[in-house]
Design a protein around this ligand. Structure first.
Ligand SMILES: [Zn+2]
Length: 348
């Protein structure tokens, strides 16, 4: 190879060996092999070389170009390897840094109350049953002793989805479903959503009930009183006062409304500043559930012999109990999903 090309080769090799970055190597590539690069210029000058010297000169220049390309590739390869091993030693993961915290959900206050009620009944041997939210007129009304023209139907403003189909207005139709398919003894509770055309601070078009019933030979009103008194004392307080008032429901006879001593004013009817208690309207009592002995007419619908079997049934509003337990004044707060409201309840 001619001397000047030999020098050029050494010059490139020397400069590449001193290069410390990919950018520097790229700069050298442009300088020698780029469009205006030294070697490119020499190759372009071939046409001015005497024809007899041209083949050798051409070959030398091509070898030089190949040499430079090879060196550049090798140089880039070793720079990359160097960078990798440097990253491996320097960029360590700090395992002592705190991780990103995952937001924990919590149980909705209404679910908490349902769970609590279910626990109390389960401990007494009650099973849980469920039924459909969309019912037919027969199970929601008729089999519960409310024929088409019965005035009690007006107590439950109903959402109809078709002529004989409706959103259940209470969980009582599940009583009918269970009794249609099973024989006593039965001890059942039915938690679930119910629907009525009603909407204000204490009524929601969708709310929850826990229905329950017990059927066997020889079940008496004293069983109803004993079970419900125990349940209310478990849910509210061991010394809660409980009273039973005569009432009317089409599917029970006799029927009783059950009250507990007001949890806000402690049954006094008035607050410490002597203002009347708004929650119990000054009466000192809170209506908490409806109950009664299952009407023989209901047994007739499900094919039970009312001479052999008797039973009691009851229903309670979950939202009402939650409002009293936690001092919530507007039922709508339960359904707005405002985290500021929901976060006030204990989480598990
Ligand atoms: Zn009160």
């Amino acid at each position: 190879m001619n001397e000047s090309l030999e020098r050029l080769k050494e010059e490139v090799a020397g400069r590449l060996s001193r290069s410390v970055s990919e950018a520097e190597v790229e700069q050298l590539r442009v300088e020698y092999l780029g469009r205006k690069g030294t070697v490119t210029g020499l190759l372009r000058g071939l046409k001015d070389v005497a024809p007899e010297e041209r083949p050798q000169r051409g070959e030398e220049l091509n070898r030089l170009r190949a040499f430079i390309e090879e060196r550049i590739a090798g140089c880039l390869e070793s720079l990359k390897a160097e960078k990798r091993s440097k990253a491996l030693t320097e960029e360590r993961v700090d395992i002592t840094l705190p991780g990103s915290r995952r937001e924990r959900g919590r149980v909705h206050p209404l679910t908490m109350v349902v769970d609590e009620i279910v626990d109390v009944f389960s401990a007494m041997g009650f099973e849980i049953a469920r039924g459909p939210d969309i019912e037919d007129d027969y199970h929601n009304f008729e089999a519960l002793n409310m024929p088409k023209d019965h005035p009690a139907r007006d107590m439950q403003d109903t959402f109809f989805v078709a002529a004989e189909r409706l959103l259940r207005t209470h969980t009582s139709p599940v009583q009918i479903h269970v009794m249609e398919s099973r024989k006593p003894p039965l001890q059942i509770i039915v938690p679930g959503a119910v629907y009525r055309h009603d909407d204000d601070a204490t009524h929601s078009p969708m709310f929850h009930q826990v229905e329950g019933f017990m059927v066997d030979r020889g079940i008496a009103f004293t069983d109803l009183k004993g079970v419900l008194t125990h349940v209310l004392r478990q849910i509210f307080s061991a010394d809660a006062r409980v009273r039973f008032r005569p009432s009317f429901f089409p599917f029970t006879e006799p029927s009783a409304e059950v009250d507990i001593g007001c949890v806000i004013c402690d049954g006094k009817g008035a607050l410490r500043d002597s203002h009347a208690c708004r929650v119990c309207k000054g009466t000192g009592w809170l209506e908490i559930l409806g109950s009664g002995m299952i009407d023989p007419e209901v047994f007739r619908f499900v094919g039970y012999d009312a001479e052999k079997f008797s039973g009691f049934a009851f229903g309670m509003g979950v939202e009402r109990i939650a409002m009293l337990k936690y001092g919530v004044e507007d039922i709508r707060l339960f359904f707005q999903n405002d985290l500021r409201f929901l976060r006030q309840f204990p989480s598990f």
